[in-house]
Write a protein that binds this ligand. Structure first.
Ligand code: PAF
Length: 284
C-alpha cells in the first residue's frame, strides 16, 4: 500500500493510474478506523480497480467546544487495517495542505443541511462538503463511499456531487453494528463501561420504531414517541434530537414515502448519532 502525505505524490500516482486506465474509488475517513470504515473499503474495492482511503481530522467541520483536539487518533494501526482491507493508497494530508494560508473558499449545500445535525452543529456540513470537495478534486475518483450511519452527511454529499456536476457516483455503505445493536463509531471510544451499556438505547429506540412501523404505524409523531421512550428512560442519555423525516428530502414525512428515524443523543461525554430508514433500503 502506498502512503502519501504530500499532495503532489498523490497527484503523480493518480496520473499514472489514469494512464494505465485504472478506475479509482475513494473512502474519506477521519481515522481511528473500525469495522464500519473497513466495510466501506471493501465495498469500494467492488466498484473500482484501486481504492484510496484518506485519513484527515478535518478542523472546519468541528465547532467551538467540540472534540477536535481530543478526537481519537491511531495512525499506525489505521494503516495496518487499510492495507489488510485491500486499500491501495492511504492519503494523510496535514491541515496546512488542505487549507493553505489565507483560504477563503467554502462549499455549502443549502436545504438538506438545515435540519438534524445541521441545526445542532452550525457550520458542520459546510466543513464536510468543503473538505470532501477538495478530496474529490485531488483523488478524482469515479466512485466515493460513505457510511450510512452519517445519513444526512451521505445525502448532503450526494447532493453536492449532483449540483456541482461532478462525475462521481456517491455510494452508501450499510451501518455496521455491534452484536447489541450499537452502531460502530470512533466516538464510542469515549464511553465508560456503564456508558457503553447505556448507549444501546439508540438502537433500542430505532428497533422499537421499526416494530411499530411493521405493525402498521405511519404517524411520524407516534413513531418518534416510540423511538424516544427507551432513551428518555436512560439516566446517562440526553437527547439532542430524535426526528422522523422524509428519507430522501429530510422534509416533513408522508405515510406513502420512506421515512428516516434519525437521532443524536449525548451518552456521558460523546454525542452519538444513529438512524434507520423505514419503508425502503437506501444504498446509493
Ligand atoms: O464521516 C467522516 O468521517 C467525515 O465527515 C468525512 C466524510 C471524512 C469528512 O471529513
Amino acid at each position: 500500500m502506498h502512503v502519501f502525505r504530500d499532495i503532489e505524490e498523490l497527484r503523480d500516482w493518480r496520473r499514472s493510474a489514469a494512464l494505465a486506465g485504472r478506475t479509482v474509488a475513494l473512502v474519506p475517513t477521519m481515522g481511528y478506523l473500525h469495522e464500519g470504515h473497513l466495510s466501506l473499503c471493501r465495498i469500494a474495492a467492488t466498484h473500482a480497480d484501486c481504492v484510496v482511503a484518506s485519513i484527515f481530522v478535518n478542523p472546519t467541520q468541528f465547532g467551538p467546544g467540540e472534540d477536535l483536539d481530543s478526537y481519537p487518533r491511531d495512525e499506525g494501526s489505521d494503516l495496518v487495517k487499510l492495507a489488510e482491507n485491500g486499500v491501495h493508497c492511504a492519503f494523510l494530508p496535514t491541515a496546512d495542505m488542505m487549507y493553505p494560508t489565507g483560504y477563503e473558499t467554502f462549499v455549502e449545500v443549502q436545504g438538506l443541511t438545515a435540519p438534524l445535525c445541521g441545526a445542532s452543529r452550525p457550520g458542520h456540513f459546510r466543513g464536510v462538503t468543503t473538505v470532501v470537495c477538495k478530496l474529490f478534486h485531488l483523488v478524482e475518483p469515479q466512485v466515493a463511499v460513505f457510511g450510512l450511519k452519517d445519513y444526512q452527511q451521505f445525502l448532503v454529499i450526494r447532493k453536492m456531487a449532483g449540483d456541482l456536476l461532478m462525475d462521481i457516483r456517491v455510494v452508501g455503505g450499510p451501518i455496521v453494528r455491534a452484536p447489541d445493536g450499537l452502531a460502530l463509531s470512533s466516538r464510542n471510544a469515549y464511553l465508560s463501561h456503564r456508558g457503553r451499556k447505556a448507549a444501546t438505547v439508540l438502537y433500542r429506540g430505532l428497533a422499537a420504531a421499526r416494530e411499530a412501523y411493521r405493525g402498521g404505524e405511519r404517524d411520524p409523531g407516534a413513531l418518534r414517541a416510540v423511538a424516544l421512550e427507551p432513551i428518555l428512560a436512560e439516566p446517562l442519555a440526553r437527547v439532542d434530537y430524535v426526528e422522523v423525516l422524509d428519507a430522501e428530502t429530510l422534509a416533513e414525512p408522508s405515510a406513502e414515502r420512506p421515512m428516516v428515524v434519525a437521532m443524536a443523543v449525548f451518552v456521558e461525554k460523546p454525542r452519538l448519532i444513529d438512524n434507520m430508514v423505514l419503508g425502503a433500503a437506501l444504498a446509493e
